[in-house]
Ligand binder design. Structure first.
Ligand SMILES: [Zn+2]
Length: 267
């Protein structure tokens, strides 16, 4: 005797109806979630765009736009860096600041690079070229606008578990971007040793350091970064540990890929 022989006639049709409803509800709610997420991303982009504009306007009032009239030496260096990476439509500003930092922003052209004035005091020409090249690398590699966009997506409200995963992935991507930008800086200044000393001077804030001084600082930094706490802290940081960046610079400097690109640039 088959079970179908005594199954109540409405059982199967109700089952199919119920299954259809389940899929329909999944489709409707996921579409709604998708669109609300898309809307949220659009909102974040719009906010970033407006914030960028006001940042730019503030800079125009407070910072000095690098040009052949305002800072001719620096302007020449900036132009040669831009030529090397083929970066167009950018502006470089110098702002008075004791901290040692440089960054780039902008969802639209011109992209803006900001150099803190202390960098001009402590870095020599090749070190500065590395820093400018690093920032131009962010522009050329598309990090500047991707960062705003992806940052917006990573900020989508979700359960704390998913938002932790998103945040982790976003920060990991951020750190990879820093390695790529360091490579750009190396291609611009063509001097890996000066790329390393620029990173070490960002820590010490001192100008005119001897080879030995720099070596000592590197050893200290390396020892600090090698601890459990040092390694752990990187997970929550937008930038890799300085010792890791130096390691990557040394490795890339030895690679056939770097040598090939350098030969191409020198031609
Ligand atoms: Zn960077």
């Amino acid at each position: 005797m088959r079970p179908a022989a005594y199954r109540y006639p409405g059982e199967n049709s109700t089952l199919y109806g119920t299954l259809f409803l389940v899929f329909l509800i999944i489709a409707v709610t996921s579409t709604a979630t998708f669109f609300s997420a898309a809307l949220l991303v659009a909102l974040v982009v719009a906010i970033t765009y407006t914030r960028n504009r006001s940042q730019h306007e503030n800079l125009m009032c407070q910072g000095v736009l690098v040009s052949s009239k305002t800072l001719p030496e620096l302007n020449k260096l900036v132009e040669s860096c831009a030529k090397r990476l083929n970066v167009k439509d950018y502006e470089v500003y110098v702002t008075r600041n004791r901290q040692r930092n440089a960054y780039t922003f902008g969802l639209h052209n011109p992209r803006v690079i900001v150099l803190y004035s202390s960098l001009l005091e402590i870095m020599d020409r090749d070190e500065l070229a590395f820093i400018i090249g690093h920032e131009m690398g962010h522009i050329r590699l598309g990090h500047t606008h991707l960062n705003s966009l992806l940052g917006g997506m990573a900020g989508i409200p979700s359960s704390s578990f998913f938002s932790a995963i998103l945040n982790y992935a976003f920060l990991k991507w951020n750190r990879s971007c820093e390695y790529s930008a360091d490579r750009a800086g190396m291609l611009v200044n063509g001097n890996p040793q000066k790329a390393i000393s620029a990173l070490l001077k960002l820590i010490t804030g001192k100008s005119g350091m001897s080879e030995q001084d720099l070596q000592k600082v590197y050893q200290q930094v390396d020892a600090q970064d090698s601890t459990w706490l040092g390694n752990f802290s990187e997970v929550f940081a937008t930038h890799p540990l300085i010792s890791r960046r130096i390691e990557q610079i040394q490795q890339y400097a030895q690679s056939p890929a770097y040598k090939k690109l350098m030969a191409k640039l020198q031609r």
